[in-house]
Design a protein around this ligand. Structure first.
Ligand code: NAD
Length: 420
């Protein structure tokens, strides 16, 4: 019901509301950070980055929609006519998000959807409900018109109802491939527009010219941040054989001394897993590694202490047929291999059904062209800017979030032809 008005609301008003969300989030920054740590378990410094990223995303789309031309003239050779182009909102959207980056994944969908003039039904993850419920309070506090954003808590059956509902025009889903397939099938029945951000098994390639110490920091950040519960975790390590023994030695020491603990403790570098189920998932893969006789450099078990604590784990010389090489663990488990030359590194990096992201540690930037992934970091890890595009190739998903592509995902181009 709210769509009729909101879709016709002037861009300046929509941008005003997006800035108001960002302002309110800034005012409630500490509380949002606290809820994220409490609900997800992540270290407080990571939660601060998350809330900052979400705020930046609302501001980015406020500015992007303000700068978008409402009407543009399309050049044509046809005499006596004018062709004009504009954008219309895609309609009422179902936004479904996972638990690993509460508020961030939501902002990547909600900000461009509102900017474009869409109304939404948002389903937060049932595992991390608190931050999005507080976002609901924020939306009420800024007097966003009723019905523009509807936050609907629930689990699979609620998501399924949303994705098959005849009045939903678009589904934007972030989550696992198993559920992504279901979402696609449900949405197909009424030909809904669809965006899918799914899983990954991303590679980090360390070439022979890399600084070992810096490379270790990137490897650790790439796979142990958020306890490895990142879609773009660089969980497959490829190391040039000339530097492998030195690098593995340094990596073993740095990994084994990571501070695992309570997210509110400022010394904590890795928090607990988000849930008992996710801890069991890590244990399952450690057991598979034992059954496959993988060589464990460090870790290889879950913690005996109370709480959902896993142990940062690295396996070396992992065969490409191993389940750990092929499947997304979504936990702090790194598998690695050595390579002889760039051709082998590129082949191994691309040898996955996923293709979300990759990191290259080297002074040579050319390899990025040959890595088939939606986002490649060179001598950096896991930084995602609002101006960037986010999304994978292959089975990592369909469509792009963030950047201009993230706005297009909620708009349809519309042409008007006039007789002169
Ligand atoms: P999940 O697929 O179990 O759940 C995601 C969301 O879908 C939840 O809100 C859940 O309630 C809902 N859902 C469950 N069944 C549904 C159904 N039948 N229909 C509609 N919705 C349903 O994923 P998760 O465990 O919450 O998150 C982890 C997964 O998310 C990982 O595979 C990870 O790679 C992926 N992920 C991808 C990205 C990306 O940008 N590509 C980002 C974050 C997470």
């Amino acid at each position: 019901a709210a769509y009729a008005n909101w879709s016709q609301t002037p861009v300046s008003v929509r941008a005003h509301y997006l800035h108001a969300i960002a302002d309110a989030m800034e005012q409630q920054f500490d509380k949002l950070v606290g809820l994220s740590v409490l609900n997800n378990g992540k270290p407080i410094e990571e939660a601060k980055i998350d809330v900052g990223d979400a705020i930046a995303c609302y501001r980015y789309y406020a500015n992007l929609i303000t700068d978008q031309e409402t009407w543009s003239e399309v050049p044509t050779n046809e005499a006596g006519i004018r062709l004009l182009k504009t954008f219309a909102p895609v309609g009422v959207c179902a936004l479904i998000v996972p638990w690993n980056f509460p508020m961030v994944t939501t902002s990547w969908k909600l900000a461009p959807a509102l900017a474009a003039g869409c109304t939404v039904v948002l389903k937060p993850s049932e595992v991390t409900l608190l931050p999005e419920l507080m976002l609901g309070n924020i939306l009420s506090s800024i007097d966003l018109p009723k019905g523009v954003v509807n936050i609907l808590p629930g689990a699979a059956e609620v998501g399924a109802a949303m994705t098959s509902h005849p009045l939903i025009d678009k589904v934007s889903f972030t989550g696992s491939n198993v559920v992504g397939e279901k979402v696609m099938t449900q949405a197909a029945k009424s030909i809904k527009d669809i965006s899918l951000e799914l899983g990954g098994k991303s590679a980090i390639v360390v070439r022979a010219d890399a600084d070992i110490d810096y490379a270790c920091d990137l490897i650790i950040g790439g796979v142990f941040t958020n306890a490895g519960q990142i879609c773009s975790a660089t969980s497959r390590l490829l190391v040039h054989e000339d530097i492998a023994p030195t690098l593995f030695e340094a990596l073993k020491v740095k990994t084994a001394t990571l501070q695992v603990g309570d997210g509110f403790d400022t010394g904590t570098q890795m928090g607990p897993m988000v849930s008992e189920q996710q801890l069991k998932q890590v244990k399952k893969y450690c057991d598979i590694a034992t059954a496959e006789h993988l060589t464990c450099l460090t870790g290889g078990e879950i913690s005996a202490r109370q709480g959902y604590f896993a142990v940062p784990t690295v396996y070396i010389d992992v065969p490409v047929t191993s389940q750990l090489w092929l499947e997304e663990v979504f936990g702090p488990v790194l598998v690695s291999k050595t390579f002889k030359d760039d051709a082998e590194a590129i082949r191994l990096a691309n040898d996955s059904k996923y293709a979300l992201a990759a990191t290259i540690v080297s002074t040579d930037e050319t390899m990025s062209l040959q890595i088939g992934a939606g986002h490649v970091w060179i001598n950096e890890q896991q930084i995602v800017l609002p101006e960037s595009g986010w999304g994978g190739f292959k089975q990592s998903g369909i469509g792009r979030e963030l950047g201009g592509g993230g706005l297009s995902a909620y708009q349809k181009s519309k042409h008007v032809l006039l007789s002169d």
